[in-house]
Design a protein around this ligand. Structure first.
Ligand code: F6R
Length: 552
């Protein structure tokens, strides 16, 4: 949520580098953006409302700069609320990721300052202007990351608690960003800053300190083996489409892994948020059926278990980004109570990765589209592996769907459904989380209201909404519900490996036992994508959303 990027180098192309970095980070927030550079001991900035798109910058040549792409929390989407913010004397500027929870309290004490925006960020900046970054940071409550540029120096200062900050060690330049993907164009040598750490970055040196004491820390340098090319669009129209097509390769790689084993524990909680929570629920069905005491919980509701947590329990977390705040808070709570943490994430070095006792990487490559696709199927695959279910033939079956006649059949269905207001989705057993994910994908990118139910629940109320022609997606073996909906006029679209005469449209997938969930959801991903495109929308950047939800 919000992307921040800074650079200090030898070359005078800071503004261009920051702009390129922000373009990489835009999926974290895209309602407005801004850049500031240092020029002759002063600061010059540009700020804009809207997506960055193909923007170019006219800021003057400079060796040092920072920028921000925003997902608004405090204050509307206006140029004045966009970052970077300036202090009263236009000598300091700040970009910020997170929420200053006590900003009203702090603002009340900051007499004599001129406030020009409605943001919590500007309050933090005036506080830093009064007492300095480190002293001010101690007064800030919340999960935050700040980067400060003081026009009096050729350095960037940054400090963090909760929100991610990664330093990139480049050639003749050093970088800092809220996301490791933004650094890959420049370097694969990175330092993941820990909570409570601060950093001073110059062109020649990076000095990490403990924010509270100022004690110098020797940071761990991580060498990444990722390539920036992984995230280029290639022949595809959108990242969502590209990422759907990346899936056979990701699944192929996962199928070669030796199945990770989890140490037994008295009880295991399994968590995620949004799409990842459905992957957790899918794995939960498999664990429960194998007799393991596992309970699926959405990350944001985990706090209610605090009295029930014991050191002989474990927690499995799914998170593409490894930074989702509700996931991080659940981990913090569970760790404090002594639970063993098993983190399943796509981002090496992410907060979840660092906090986990057992780490499992999804290996899906960068997911740029806001709506998760390949990370979700990778999570399903890991859930299957943890339950000793084979992944053979899964990648091949997905490849067949993408390269065969199914692709066009889904497009035709999207053309037929594109003007519908509602779509109902049902699944039974481990196909129920797949139905939930299908409905989420459709609403996120096409804005069509899609609602998922456990197949057995449809007759307990939702069936009242089925009218002549209402589209109903039916996953797997949920034919009773299909017949019930058909009897009320529903247009029944079957996705599974058992054909039935109840289906008006049928998308067959290979019979891979529990693993059939993967090809089934791929069909729904394609449908969501095609619906968005057919409705003239950009599926990569749905309204109101941002990838990596790092605020509560
Ligand atoms: C939906 C989507 C979100 C994320 C959720 C958790 O397409 O992407 O629902 O799944 O915000 O994100 P991660 O997996 O990064 O924790």
């Amino acid at each position: 949520m919000c992307g921040i990027f800074g650079v200090v180098g030898q070359e005078k192309n800071a503004a261009q580098k920051v702009l390129a970095g922000l373009k990489r980070l835009e999926y974290r927030g895209y309602d407005s953006w801004g850049i500031a550079v240092k020029k002759n001991n002063g600061l010059i900035r540009e700020r804009h409302v809207g997506k960055i798109g193909g923007a170019v910058t006219k800021l003057p040549a400079s060796t040092i700069g920072l920028g921000h792409t925003r997902w608004a929390t405090h204050g509307g989407v206006t140029e004045g609320n966009a970052h970077p913010h300036f202090d009263c004397n236009q000598k300091l500027c700040l970009v910020h990721n997170g929420i200053v929870e006590n900003f009203l309290e702090l603002k009340a004490k900051l007499t004599g300052h001129k406030f020009l925006s409605q943001t919590d960020t500007e309050v933090a900046l005036h506080l830093f202007e009064s007492v300095g970054l480190m002293a001010g940071f101690k007064q800030v409550v919340g999960m935050n990351a700040f980067i400060l540029l003081d026009s009096a120096n050729d350095q960037l200062l940054a400090v963090k608690n909760g929100s991610p900050l990664i330093i990139g060690l480049g050639k003749n330049a050093n970088y800092i960003a809220s996301d490791v993907w933004a650094l890959l164009d420049h370097t694969n040598q990175v330092i993941f800053l820990e909570d409570g750490q601060a950093v001073k970055i110059t062109q020649a040196k990076v000095e990490v300190t403990e924010a509270k004491s100022g004690k110098i820390i020797k940071p761990k340098i991580t060498t990444l083996n990722w390539q920036a090319e992984q995230s280029r669009l290639g022949k595809f129209h959108h990242y969502m489409e590209k990422e759907i097509y990346d899936q056979p390769k990701v699944l192929d790689n996962l199928s070669r892994l030796s199945p990770p084993a989890i140490k037994p524990s008295s009880k295991t909680f399994i968590l995620g948020c949004g799409t990842a929570s459905y992957a957790a629920l899918f794995a939960d069905y498999l664990f429960d059926l194998s007799g393991m005491d596992v309970e699926a919980v959405v990350g944001s509701e985990f706090q209610k278990y605090q009295q029930l947590l014991k050191p002989n329990q474990a927690m499995i977390l799914f998170s593409q980004s490894g930074e989702t705040i509700d996931v991080v808070e659940a981990v913090n709570l569970a760790k404090a109570k002594g639970l063993r943490i098993i983190g399943i994430t796509n981002v090496l070095g992410s907060t979840l990765y660092r906090k986990s006792d057992q780490k499992i990487l999804l290996g899906a490559g960068q997911e740029v589209a806001v709506a998760s696709t390949k990370a979700f199927t990778a999570m399903l695959a890991v859930g299957l592996l943890l339950n000793k279910k084979p992944l053979q033939n899964v990648a091949a079956s997905v490849r067949r769907l993408l390269d065969g006649p199914t692709r066009n059949q889904v497009k035709q269905l999207a053309t037929k459904l594109k003007d519908r207001e509602h779509i109902f989705v049902v699944g039974r057993g481990q196909d129920y989380p797949i139905a939930l994910e299908a409905a989420l994908k459709i609403k996120e990118v096409s804005y069509i209201h899609a609602e998922a139910y456990a197949a057995g629940e449809i007759k307990h109320g939702p069936i009242a909404l089925i009218e002549n022609g209402t589209p109903c997606l039916v996953f797997g073996n949920a034919t009773n519900a299909a017949y019930e909906m058909k009897a009320r006029g529903g247009l029944i679209i079957g996705i599974g490996y058992i054909p039935d005469k109840v289906f008006d449209n049928y998308f067959p997938v290979a019979d891979l036992a529990e693993a059939s969930a993967i090809p089934m959801i791929v069909i729904a991903q394609l449908l969501a994508y095609d619906l968005a495109v057919a409705r003239g929308l950009n599926p990569d950047k749905p309204r109101n959303l941002a990838k990596s939800v790092t605020v509560k």
